[in-house]
Every structure is written in structure tokens, then in C-alpha cells.
Design a protein around this ligand. Structure first.
Ligand code: MSP
Length: 454
């Protein structure tokens, strides 16, 4: 049977139009999904939009429209952008879809039936932008994640017994592959070691969300709703046989890829929810850094957003894909600049790969009517020919190793090492001079040099 591979992006909030920060996460996942398909895995790549919660409700109000209409518009923008970029996702889930809502309620019921949900009341600080409870904060304190002023909420809520999972979570983190990179893993471990408080998982002072089963005055906390997309999209909680099959086949996820600011939700809350529901845990959670623009994280509120569309118009999706994966060390923050984009485009793509391909193909066209010649046995191979073959084999091995560790920039650097080696080989072997000569030996040597270059 084929090996399966299930990878997800976070689902994107629909309060803001897509920008290249979002494209970055999606491109990274797309690249991994494409490689897995090439390696023969039965791959499922999921993305989508996160449409409930107070933040979206307020954004819609401010725009003078309904949350549903607001979400419809922005969700469509994400979907269209991914289409335009040739993103190879197998599904696109929206949290306002019926399939998702029903299945989230099913998850809630399951956790409640297992005894991990109780009713209580919460008074404390809440960050609407991050949709996050801020334990220990005082009124008007800033959110530790985004710096915005928190709001005081006082509500009757349903609580999740997060505190019951402290030891189990620490056991899971013992596997060094569960959270990557190491720095994020250490942060999570120290957060959990410092003690976990139960988590409010419903809200009752606004209504844009999925109703709590049997108590529709409450809506389910947007992060429980959103995280569940990773299982609802592949059929969890469905009564259809086909959906159940898909869930059995693809869950647990092989990789949840996320940005570093949402590590806690994915590495602490999500595994705890899954354990409470008696479900298997994802195999790995991989966090990347931020794309900075002019030194700070690109975001709508800072007004330093770079849109993807302009870049697609001018350079195309492949150039953007190459640039982001080559320029940013995956896991760390990286700066976006148009200068660097143009520089990489010219030096690596046009002059490096483009020039090598064009030279090689032009000579094959000129001297061999466009057919890659076989290396000739009439003249002996030289050590330089064998060296290129060896560099080729080594590049493939190293590329795979780096890539599978999510070190995309090093993988690409390795691949461009091969470009440089072949370039040098061509310069040293001067196929253009060989092509000018008519004797059999030169002709034979030309075949070998162009074969090797190709
Ligand atoms: N809706 C939540 C995720 C729920 S997942 C169950 C959310 N949405 S988001 O739209 O704010 O961010 C989605 C992803 O985009 C995150 O991984 C985030 O890190 C990424 N990025 C958004 N801006 C970014 C940059 N400027 N740079 C890099 N990635 C950024 O969080």
C-alpha cells in the first residue's frame, strides 16, 4: 500500500486580505506536498480559512456588512490567490461550512462525554486580535503576543480541563521531532512546566461562532473551532462511510506547519483537545519565523503589507516561491525586500540557472539538432566528466537531507552548487571551440561534454 502523507497550513483569518506573509506558509507547505507526491506518497494537503470569532465579527461591523458576507469575500480572495499561484492543495476548508460546524460540535460532545468539560465563570483579560485568554494580566495590560491592549471579560463559560494534561504533554514533548525547531520546543516545555490552568472554551457575549451543543447561548471558543479543521476536513465526526475512511487513512497528520506566534495553540491546546477526545496526535508541528518588512512583522495594523499579486504580475509564482524559500532561513525571521527579490531573480534564476540552461540547450540545438547526444565512447571520459556525475549524485542526496529537515534554503543552495559546478565545467571544456572543429575526436568529445552538461 502507498505511504500516506498529510500536511496542513494554518487556516487564515478572514479579517485581512492575503499578503505574502500568508503566501509564505502556504508556499512552504505546497513545496513539501509536491515533493511527497513525487516520492510516491498518497498526499493530502489542506488549507482554508478561519472565519468565526469576535475579531471577524468586529471587522465585519466596521466594514458595515455581515460577518458571513465579509468572510465570503475574503475567503474567496485566499482561494483565488492560491489558485493563481498554482498551490496544489487537495481541499480548502472554511469554518463556516456545515460539514465543519457539525463535526466540531461532535468533537465538543466527545470531550464533554469524556469528562473534560465543566461549567464555570471567567473574569480576566482577553486579546481579541489573537483570540487569546491572557492569564495573570490586569485590566488594560497589553497582550504578550501582539502588544495590543487586552479587554476584560466576565462571562459564564465552559471550561476545558487543560490542567489534567500537563504531565502527558511533557511526555509527548520528550520526542524531539514533535515540535520543531528546538527553540520552539524549549519554549513550549518551559511554558507547560510552569503550570497549566484550565481553559475557557466558550463565549457568550457575542454570537458569531458555532453554538455549544445543547446550550446555544454559548459559542465554541474560536481556537477550538479552528484547530478542529485539521480533522473535520478529512471526515472526523461524519456519518458518511467515505469520510470515515478518509479520516482513518490520513489522520494523524504528518506535519502541521505554522508560524511561530501560534505555537502555544498548536503544541499545547491542540494535543490536549485530541487526547481528551481519545484521538491520535499529529506526528510533527513545524514552526517558521516571520517575514519582516522594514524590520517588523508584516501586518494590516502596522500598514507594512506586501501584496503577492504585484509580484506575480511581474515575476511569476515560481520566482516568488524560489525567493522565499532561498532567502529566508526556515524557522528564523527573514526580511522581505524588493531589492533582494530582484537581485535573486537576476543572479540565481536569470544568470545562474537560466543562463546555464540556455547555453546548454542552444549548443545542443546547434550541434545536435536539438537532441541530447549520447556520450561518445570514441574518446575516453575525463576526470572532470566523472566529477560532475559525482557532484550530481551528491547534490541529490544532500538536497533530500536538507529538504526533509525543512532546511529549504540550504537545499536550494546545494542545488545551485551543481549549477555552478556545471557552469565551470562548460567554461573549462569549451564546447563552443569543439563545435567549430570537424575532426571525429572533437565531435566525440563535444557529445560527451554536452551530454554531461545536460
Ligand atoms: N487563524 C489563525 C490560525 C488558526 S490554525 C488552526 C491565524 N491566522 S493568521 O491568518 O493570522 O495567520 C495564519 C498564518 O500566516 C500563520 O502561520 C502566520 O504565522 C502566517 N503569517 C501571517 N503573517 C505572517 C508574516 N508576516 N510572516 C510569516 N508568516 C505570517 O493565526
Amino acid at each position: 500500500m502507498k505511504r500516506k502523507f498529510y500536511i496542513t497550513t494554518p487556516i487564515y483569518y478572514v479579517n485581512a486580505r492575503p499578503h505574502i506573509g500568508h503566501a509564505y506558509t502556504t508556499i512552504a507547505c505546497d513545496t513539501v506536498a509536491r515533493r511527497q507526491r513525487l516520492l510516491g506518497a498518497d498526499t493530502f494537503f489542506l488549507t482554508g480559512t478561519d472565519e468565526h470569532g469576535q475579531k471577524i465579527e468586529r471587522a465585519a461591523q466596521a466594514a458595515g456588512t455581515t460577518p458571513q458576507q465579509y468572510a465570503d469575500e475574503i475567503s474567496a480572495e485566499f482561494r483565488n490567490l492560491w489558485k493563481r499561484m498554482g498551490i496544489s492543495n487537495d481541499d480548502f476548508i472554511r469554518t463556516t461550512e456545515e460539514r465543519h460546524k457539525k463535526r466540531v460540535q461532535e468533537l465538543f460532545r466527545r470531550i464533554r462525554d469524556n469528562g473534560y468539560i465543566y461549567k464555570g465563570s471567567y473574569t480576566g483579560q482577553y486579546c481579541v486580535s489573537d483570540e487569546m485568554y491572557v492569564d495573570g494580566a490586569q485590566p488594560r495590560d497589553p497582550c504578550p503576543n501582539c502588544g495590543r491592549i487586552t479587554e476584560t471579560v466576565h462571562e459564564e463559560n465552559y471550561f476545558f480541563k487543560l490542567s489534567a494534561f500537563q504531565d502527558k504533554l511533557l511526555e509527548i514533548y520528550a520526542n524531539p521531532d514533535f515540535i520543531r525547531p528546538e527553540t520552539r520546543r524549549n519554549e513550549v516545555i518551559s511554558f507547560v512546566r510552569s503550570g497549566l490552568r484550565d481553559l475557557s472554551i466558550s463565549r457568550s457575549t457575542f454570537s458569531w461562532g458555532i453554538p455549544v451543543p445543547d446550550d446555544p447561548k454559548h459559542v465554541i471558543y474560536v481556537w477550538l473551532d479552528a484547530l478542529a479543521n485539521y480533522i473535520t476536513a478529512i471526515g472526523y465526526g461524519s456519518s458518511h462511510a467515505g469520510a470515515q475512511e478518509a479520516f482513518k487513512k490520513y489522520w494523524p497528520a504528518d506535519v502541521h506547519m505554522i508560524g511561530k506566534e501560534i505555537v502555544r495553540f498548536h503544541c499545547v491546546y491542540w494535543p490536549a483537545f485530541l487526547m481528551a477526545a481519545g484521538l491520535e496526535l499529529p506526528k510533527a508541528i513545524v514552526a517558521h519565523g516571520w517575514l519582516l518588512f522594514e524590520e517588523s512583522k508584516m501586518s494590516k495594523s502596522r500598514g507594512n503589507i506586501v501584496r503577492t499579486e504585484t509580484i506575480l504580475d511581474v515575476l511569476g509564482a515560481d520566482a516568488l516561491r524560489y525567493f522565499l524559500l532561498r532567502e529566508v532561513v526556515f524557522g528564523q525571521d527573514g526580511s522581505f525586500s524588493f531589492d533582494a527579490l530582484v537581485q535573486r531573480y537576476n543572479s540565481d534564476l536569470a544568470n545562474g540557472l537560466g543562463n546555464l540552461a540556455s547555453r546548454t540547450l542552444t549548443m545542443i540545438t546547434r550541434y545536435f539538432r536539438g537532441e541530447v547526444p549520447y556520450p561518445s565512447h570514441a574518446v575516453a571520459r575525463t576526470p572532470a566528466d566523472d566529477a560532475i556525475a559525482e557532484v550530481g549524485r551528491k547534490t541529490i542526496r544532500e538536497f533530500a537531507t536538507f529538504f526533509d529537515q525543512f532546511q529549504f534554503s540550504r537545499a536550494l543552495e546545494t542545488a545551485w552548487g551543481l549549477v555552478a559546478a556545471v557552469d565551470k565545467y562548460i567554461v573549462e571544456n569549451e564546447p563552443w571551440s569543439l563545435g567549430e572543429k570537424q575532426d571525429d575526436e572533437s565531435r566525440a568529445r563535444l557529445a560527451t561534454v554536452l551530454y554531461t552538461s545536460a
